[in-house]
Design a protein around this ligand. Sequence first.
Ligand code: ADP
Length: 674
Amino acid sequence: MAASLVFRLHDGGPELVREVLLERGWEEYDKGEQEEEDWNLYWRASAFRNSEYHNLLPWQRLNHHPKTVGITRKDCLARNLRRMRSTFGSTLYNFSPTAFILPNDYTRFLSEYTKERLTRGLSAYWICKPVDLSRGRGIFIFEDIKDLVYDSSVIIQRYISNPLLISGYKFDLRIYVCVKSFHPLTVYMHQEGLVRFATEKYNLSSLNNLYAHLTNTSINKFGPFYTTNKERVGQGCKWTMSKFRYFLHSQGINELLLWQRINNIVTLTLLTIAPSVPSSPNCVELFGFDILIDSKFKPWLLEVNYSPALTLDCQADVSVKKGLISDLIDLMNYRSIDSLRERAYQGHKYKQPCYQASQASQVSTLVLSKFKELKSQRRRRSGSQSSQTQTLPLLKVLCQHQPHKISQSQFRQHALVAGCQKYLDLNRIPVARGRIIHANIATATKTQTHTDRALNPILGPHSRTTTAVVNRHTRPAVASCLMDNRALYMSEVTNHDDTETEMEPSGEAYVCSAIPDIPQLGLGSLRSKPAAGSWKLPNIHRYRPVKLPLEGARAPDREKTPPLRVGDFILTFPFNKATLKASQNKLDVKLAIQELHKLTGQLASGSRQSDKKKWREEDMVKKDEGVRTGEEDFESLFWGPKEPLLLSQCCSSTNKLQSIAEHLHDTNLQRQSS
Ligand code: ADP
């Protein structure tokens, strides 16, 4: 019998997370029944307290990283992007509309406003937004400064007055981004997302009509035309990203550069805070990036949402968000059993908070000393012990410790601990077998390198992870290896990581910036090294099989390569060997930005294909000489199209782009007709 994974929801929601996790066989945390620390995932829309990060136990995950307010609060984001613009240049950091934080920047705004008026007359528009509100609350658009009235801290942004319209309706994109880890920076973007429409036709002569200028669902669902069947847009105010993609194809639009630019926006934005976010291996974060596309197909970043809405308002929400959460859980790489949580009750070391591994926690010290005492008494009485009898004192200790209550969970843990040794033994299996399987993969085909070999081996029955399916269709030899490989990997642990009420960063979220720095991996001598290895969670990177190096060659550092695809999540950073290296240890922001810049240039010019050819030729020579280059080990997928291509395939000639567009078009047609 194995322990179910346990989730804990703050304030009873979001309902969607509950639904997905229950379907996957998780249990919901019950305060009355379970111990305070007896959960695997704690989900809340608002920020966690500092102490919650500091007291995290190895099997526990939180759905927020600390200190991300630097991009999730409008004024902080504006300030950070301004800083990056002055460091790295406005050519790269030119994706957010010019912004002023008032009242502080009033004089600067006034001078810009005057300049605009002199050069462009009355055609410059501005949008005013309270810095700490969301869902369109308190927002208005103005042309004349006499209409600017505010009584709290606001940002004034240049209003993108030439948005791309569909049948006259304004829309923006909600892109879901998961930061699996900030150290090393590991970013996934979900291929599905939402397109959010205004429900009245765009018209610059009615700036007060929020139903025409704002795309928030929370506003438009109360509009008079919400349920009307609007030309091309249809009823409601949302499309799925797939539908939008289909629309682009039907218009003959080459979208690849658009997706890459959006990808760049996400990465460049995250790079603004990545070095200052404390390392927190037990956390993941799902951000909602709001992107507006203008009539010249330039994407603009409007804001980053801390807790993107997870309510299901319409069919588009259902098809996008359920899959999104399911993929996010897959990305967290939980095991179907949680033997680490079980073992916590067997041995002291696992009960140390992740960030305080060197300091014994009070509770665990008590448990440990009682446990040791009983254990030595038992030893004195009998020479040998079975694993079954070893578990008994634990329950007793817990009962003595809390004589008033023997919860269901304690009984459950007791029963489970008995089987724990079995799992411990199993842990040894993968290493040996993994090598054999990997050797098979290696001989199968070269294209395997962009598949997700390291995917969660034990995916629940409701897992949406599609990698193997995709690859079975496209690369049959690899797919079967993948499936075999998954079955072999039994491991011990869970791994780490709302409402059209898009939650605003609460006051609490802002407090996060006051968290003292937590010891961070590889961030220079100022930061202390993580203490005992015992607290470190195996993460998804670790399950990647280690390839046996060719004789005489150095073993490549492959275990750190994250899976390229998990469900509909595509790894977007790191995206090549250079960025993988840049993301290890101390994040090299400059190098990462250079690589991004290079890639976009290559995509635009199609030059990468020839580079690739050259590298391959060089690789062949090196291989003939018995040297493993590692180049083939990390070939990224391109975020954007539903059937992701290799990045190198996208960076080819215009003809190639054309055939890709045709392929995507056909795929979509097939999907639509089925
Ligand atoms: P909130 O957090 O309140 O949703 P946003 O910054 O996302 O604030 O703005 C709400 C909506 O206003 C956006 O979804 C978009 O439709 C519109 N909007 C915001 N900023 C701009 C801008 N600079 N130019 C054009 N439209 C904008």
